[in-house]
Every structure is written in structure tokens, then in C-alpha cells.
Design a protein around this ligand. Structure first.
Ligand code: 13P
Length: 257
């Protein structure tokens, strides 16, 4: 089963309007040869419309980093999935570990966001991953499966195969410079795929895109996505410069395809 790799930049709370304009100009120039790979960027909410406009027609995915499940209401500071779709974004990240661990989002919160995003026509990247304590206690699969099962509950297989990307992001590898080894990543990715095969069937599992995230850089991305079940990367720090991000996109070309 061929899967097109998906390299996504999660810009978190970085960059500014001018920097993003320059970044988008670089991305929109058709000279980085990123064929056979899907590329996406996830700017802060306030820049979403700007990026959608700047990258229109490029085929580059633009998405939000989170969304609120309600369509509207008295939720000061929140942004609805409906609004993310309304400005023309196509994707949203749900369940990022910073949302779970810094802002206290539970599996139920993540599920509500995921369902609202799908209902509003947005595709999702569902992040899962264990803390260092959970890994050291031998609980990696238990934690990842709990987050995965909660996120995918009730979805039909076709939706999982075509509109959900899973991002395995071990919390201990995010922003720390500590990358999971390719073998560590492959072990969890294979377990995630087997879990999805168990609930949604082999065909859905074979089509599911599973990204790795956590200190991915141009010099380690090839080895990571060279693993059989690693279908791309969700990148923080190394996605913040056009040259580095474009290198990642180029290196993602055609792997596993
Ligand atoms: P870093 O690439 O900075 O480790 O961040 C990973 C991440 O959290 C992407 O969502």
C-alpha cells in the first residue's frame, strides 16, 4: 500500500505577520521540487487567513493548531472549528501534547474538537504520545492506545483512512533535541497501525498516514521516515525557517510511496 508522506510545520506561537509573508513567498515559489509529498503549515490563529490567501493554489495544506467544538458562544479567547473552516483552512491539529499537558485538555476535550472539526469539513491531525515517566514505566502503548481509541471512537473507517492523520509525538522528544530513535518510532507506529487494523480493518490501517513528531530536523528526517510505518513528520522548531522547512519537504519526497 503506497502512502503519500505528509510533512507538516506546526508553527506553535512563533513568527509574525512580516515573517509569515516572507515564508509564504518562499513556499509559493515552485522551486523546491516537493513532489510525491504532501506539505502543510499550521500558523497561529490570527495569521490563518493571511496564510490561506498567500498559499492559495499551491496545494500546500493550511490548518489551525486547535479549535473549539462549539459553533459559537460565550467562550472568550476560543476559536470555533466553524471559523477555521470559514477562513478557508482545510485542517486542524487536535490533542497536541501542549494542549493536553499545558492547557489540561482531556481525551474527551480532544474528541469533541476532533468531531467538530470533521463535522465542519476539516481534516484532522490527531496527536498522541507518552511522557517520559509513562515510557519508563512501560506504559507507552497503554497511553497511546487510550488517546487513539478516544479520538477515533465512532468514526467510520473511510473517514479514518482519508480525513484523519495520526501524529505520534513522544512528549519527551518535543522541543528537547531528544529524538526517538527510528526503531523506537517504528515500534509505536507499527503498534498504532495494528491497533487501527483491529478496530477499522486492515485496509483502513494500510491507508492511514502516521506522522512522527519530536525534534525532527533535516538531518534526521530521512532515517525516521525511512521506517516502514512512519509516513511523514509533524515538525515544530525546524519548521520555522523556510530553508529548513523546504529541506524537510524535499527529504520527505517519495519515501514509502
Ligand atoms: P519540535 O519539532 O520543536 O520538537 O516540536 C514537535 C512538535 O510538537 C510538533 O507538533
Amino acid at each position: 500500500m503506497s502512502r503519500t508522506p505528509f510533512i507538516a510545520g506546526n508553527w506553535k506561537m512563533h513568527l509574525d505577520r512580516a515573517g509569515i509573508a516572507t515564508f509564504c513567498e518562499a513556499l509559493a515559489a515552485p522551486d523546491y521540487g516537493a513532489e510525491g509529498v504532501r506539505v502543510g503549515v499550521f500558523p497561529p490563529f490570527v495569521y490563518l487567513a493571511q496564510v490561506v490567501e498567500a498559499l492559495a493554489g499551491t496545494g500546500i495544506v493550511v490548518g489551525a493548531q486547535n479549535c473549539h467544538p462549539a459553533d459559537e458562544g460565550a467562550f472568550t479567547g476560543e476559536v470555533a472549528a466553524r471559523m477555521v473552516a470559514d477562513v478557508g483552512a482545510s485542517h486542524v491539529i487536535v490533542g497536541h501534547s501542549e494542549r493536553r499537558h499545558v492547557f489540561g485538555e482531556t481525551d474527551a476535550d480532544v474528541k469533541a474538537r476532533l468531531d467538530a472539526a470533521l463535522a465542519r469539513g476539516l481534516d484532522v491531525i490527531l496527536c498522541v504520545g507518552e511522557t517520559i515517566h509513562e515510557r519508563q514505566a512501560g506504559r507507552t502503548e497503554e497511553v497511546v492506545f487510550r488517546q487513539l481509541d478516544a479520538g477515533l471512537a465512532g468514526l467510520d473507517g473511510e473517514t479514518v483512512a482519508t480525513r484523519v492523520t495520526v501524529a505520534y509525538e513522544p512528549v519527551w522528544a518535543i522541543g528537547t533535541g531528544l529524538t526517538a530513535t527510528p526503531a523506537q518510532a517504528q515500534d509505536v507506529h507499527a503498534a498504532v497501525r495494528a491497533r487501527v487494523a483491529g478496530t477499522c480493518g486492515d485496509d483502513v490501517a494500510a491507508r492511514l498516514i502516521i506522522q512522527y513528531g519530536g525534534s525532527v530536523k533535516p538531518d534526521n528526517v530521512s532515517e525516521l521516515i525511512g521506517q516502514a510505518d512512519v509516513d511523514g513528520a509533524l515538525v515544530g522548531g525546524a519548521s520555522l525557517q523556510p530553508t529548513s522547512f523546504q529541506a524537510l519537504a524535499r527529504l520527505g519526497t517519495g519515501v514509502n510511496a
